[in-house]
Design a protein around this ligand. Structure first.
Ligand SMILES: Nc1ncnc2c1ncn2[C@@H]1O[C@H](COP(=O)(O)OP(=O)(O)O)[C@@H](O)[C@H]1O
Ligand SMILES: [Mg+2]
Length: 264
């Protein structure tokens, strides 16, 4: 380990297990996240990436294992005890989850109005600053319904950073966007780390995004991490499961199933 002034992990997951009925989703997951780094979590659809993010912010509770934030065990906190620590997390949900009936400005203001005692003029200024951060200055009066997909993501990001979180979780932030718009999101993820010093956790299956934003990439497969390393280490990795994923190749069983059903 490299020497650091503060090398306690900001988030530590220890032997996390989570099942839904018979379906084991997390089967002993360990992860230590260092402050200020961006970690990308890759893995097939349905492997539990979103479930993992929800454990970090207390939206789901593990069956076994621990979640630590700044060394504090978070598992047994009651919902009202989560209110304060949750302000340290900005969550960019897979489907943006904006309030369609509100304007852009009202959406970004929402966490400020709910969680702070800021006056209206201060809220207005803070909203303007956050929209500027995501390159959407002046968009306050627009209705969410009028926005493009890429703009919605950026507004959702402006809202996620409204309270200046230490940690930002991005769940498939580029999914559904064309490559140039996806790259705007990549640039914003880099900006959040650079300007706010935010610790980032990005779930994605977009490998060009992963390679661009990651300090570190981990791969979740069948309930466990099977890879943990730098982007260069991923490129050099010889594990067949990792290679297949990053090269976007079907696995042998799926191909065989196609062959056997192909019309001759
Ligand atoms: N609240 C829930 N109740 C039951 N099953 C769930 C719940 N949340 C997720 N799952 C299941 O857990 C698995 C992992 O889901 P998820 O984390 O959303 O996958 P992904 O890696 O695509 O984000 C899926 O099979 C999903 O159906
Ligand atoms: Mg998901």
């Amino acid at each position: 380990m490299t020497p650091q002034s503060n090398n306690e992990p900001i988030i530590l997951l220890e032997s996390l297990r989570k099942r839904f009925g018979p379906l084991v989703v997390l089967d002993g997951v360990d992860l230590a996240l260092r402050r200020g780094e961006t970690t990308v979590i890759i893995g097939e659809s349905g492997t539990g990436k979103s479930v993992l993010l929800k454990h970090i912010v207390g939206l789901l509770k593990p069956d076994e294992g621990s979640v630590y934030f700044h060394g504090r065990r978070m598992n047994d906190l009651r919902e009202r005890e989560w209110v304060e620590p949750r302000k340290s997390f900005g969550f960019l949900f897979q489907l943006s989850a904006l309030f369609d009936s509100l304007t852009v400005g009202e959406n970004v203001a929402f966490p400020l109005v709910t969680h702070t005692t800021m006056r209206r003029a201060e809220v207005r200024q803070a909203v303007a600053r956050k929209l500027e951060m995501v390159g959407l200055s002046g968009l306050e009066p627009k209705r969410v319904a009028e926005l493009s997909g890429g703009q919605k993501k950026r507004v959702a990001l402006a809202r996620a950073i409204a309270l200046d979180p230490e940690v930002i979780l991005y769940d498939e932030p580029t999914t559904g966007l064309d490559p140039p718009r996806a790259d705007v999101i990549n640039e914003l993820i880099l900006r959040m780390r650079r300007v706010m010093g935010a610790t980032g956790i990005v779930v994605t299956h977009d490998m060009s995004s992963a390679f661009k934003v990651a300090d570190r990439i981990v791969m979740l497969h069948k309930g466990k991490f099977i890879f943990d390393g730098t982007p260069d280490a991923v490129r050099a990795c010889t594990d067949a499961r990792v290679r297949r994923f990053i090269e976007g190749r079907a696995n042998a069983e799926d191909l065989e199933a196609l062959e056997s059903r192909a019309p001759s």
